[in-house]
Design a protein around this ligand. Structure first.
Ligand code: FAD
Length: 402
């Protein structure tokens, strides 16, 4: 990667455009929704999508700002923004995604040893392995530090026993980053952060079926699993700080900055098909029209705020407690949007299956149901409000939750 310096953004834009033109397969440019579905699919990549993933992995542009020494793009934030713009211009989507990229990788870059970074970061950069998050337990959700999964010191390794729950993607994951108890006499200071393979005897992931019909997460049972001490991330009994940092990275991915296919739909236009137009070509129902416009304005305001917060942080400090504000705002906007969609679809928005309903109608009701989880995962709305009051507003600390 050439060094363009801060003044070389135009040169970088030209390089990015040329590279994308040469490397983003033409067959993937036809259908953005299909490409986004391939990115999110748990199935192994195939055909031109596999080629695209391989090329982006080799270039390091799936994680553009990560250090080049581990295979990352080594780009500045400004260059990464230019890359994003150029990708959007030709309908390209980043194929390197998942918890390795959004949560574990950035945390490991901060807390890992050199050997751990060398061992794990390159596979994340290439999107070769899938990670899952073993934090929550049946008795430890919001009060995460109550976790009981035990890691006993056996000399050169820990022996881990316990149960995790709500482990997203555990049934497809190769590796887990996991919080374990290494000292039973202390609460927060008795927690350590370890990683281990999901593909070994003693690890069992049982999918849980959601009300929306799919099974995105699992109960994960861990029985006599040996974890080499080399795979302890951060200090022994110092895992709570590592976990809190990881949760900030997790929430920063829920801030609404990246609009998925559902957010790109112009609600007002879809609503006209169901509600009709008035004589000025506007949505016929003025009250619904007002609420849709307010929702779209909230979404635009949130995106502007997220961009401003990123600029004010000058890219130096990474995510902070403000991610809790963005997460709550984004989830509220998304849930309101799902409500509005069902409202204007009327009976057509209540179908579960069958030929009387269009695909968008069937996915509207499933989206409405699964969207309820947005104010729970990554820490519930109430827990984010506690963080905002404690860490941003400086109110008295009355809770010990995540
Ligand atoms: C779709 C989905 C995916 C998930 N994926 C993962 C994953 O991959 N890995 C993982 O480890 N976990 C995952 N989770 C778990 C998630 O982090 C927890 O569900 C969440 O932290 C809440 O914990 P809980 O379910 O035990 O609820 P509880 O902690 O029992 O909370 C119940 C209710 O009490 C409220 N409450 C609790 N404490 C307080 C407080 N101090 N102040 C005010 N209100 C409070 C909560 O807001 C909530 O409304 C996922 C959850 C969902 C829904």
């Amino acid at each position: 990667m050439a060094d363009f310096g801060d003044s070389g953004l135009d040169a970088f834009r030209a390089e990015a455009r040329d590279w994308l033109e040469a490397n983003f397969p033409a067959s993937l440019r036809k259908d953005l929704a299909a490409l986004e579905a391939m990115v999110m699919s748990p199935e192994p990549p195939k055909g031109d999508f596999a080629l695209w993933k391989e090329r982006m992995g080799a270039k390091g542009w799936g994680v553009p700002t990560w250090p080049a020494q581990y295979g990352g793009g080594g780009l500045s934030r400004e260059q990464a923004r230019v890359l994003q713009q150029e990708m959007a211009a030709i309908g390209a989507v980043n194929p390197i995604v998942g918890m390795g990229v959004s949560m574990f990788g950035p945390t490991l870059l901060e807390y890992g040893t050199e050997a751990q970074k060398q061992k794990y970061i390159p596979d994340i950069v290439h999107g070769r392995i899938r990670w899952c998050q073993g934090f929550s337990e049946p008795g430890a959700g919001s009060d995460l530090a109550s976790l009981q999964t035990r890691a006993e010191d056996k000399g050169d390794h820990f022996l881990v026993n316990g149960q995790k729950i709500w482990t997203s993607g555990a049934q497809w994951a190769d590796m887990i980053f996991c919080l374990v108890r290494t000292d039973t006499t202390k609460k927060h200071e008795g927690i350590s952060f370890v990683v281990f393979s999901m593909r070994q005897p003693g690890v069992e992931a049982r999918p849980i079926r959601l009300i929306a019909g799919n099974s995105p997460f699992c109960e994960t049972f861990i029985t006599d699993v040996k974890v080499p001490k080399d795979d302890l991330i951060g200090p022994l009994n110092g895992g709570w700080s590592v976990a809190k940092r990881l949760l900030q990275h997790e929430r920063s991915g829920m801030d609404g900055a990246r609009r998925g296919p559902a957010q790109k739909v112009i609600l007002g236009q879809v609503a006209k098909r169901y509600v009709g137009e008035d004589d000025q070509g506007r949505l016929a129902d003025p009250d619904l029209r007002t609420r849709i416009v307010m929702n779209e304005m909230d979404q635009a305001a949130l995106q502007a705020t997220v961009r401003r917060a990123a600029q004010e942080a000058k890219g130096n400090s990474g995510p902070s407690a403000t991610t809790s504000i963005m997460k709550n705002a984004n989830m509220k906007i998304a849930q309101d949007r799902a409500e509005l969609t069902l409202e204007f679809m009327g009976h057509q928005g209540l179908g579960w299956e069958g030929q009387d309903f269009a695909a968008a109608e069937l996915s509207a009701v499933r989206g409405w149901l699964s969207g309820k989880a947005g104010s729970i995962y990554g820490g519930s709305n109430e827990v984010q409000n506690n963080i905002i009051s404690k860490r941003i507003l400086g109110l008295p600390d009355l809770t010990q939750s995540r």
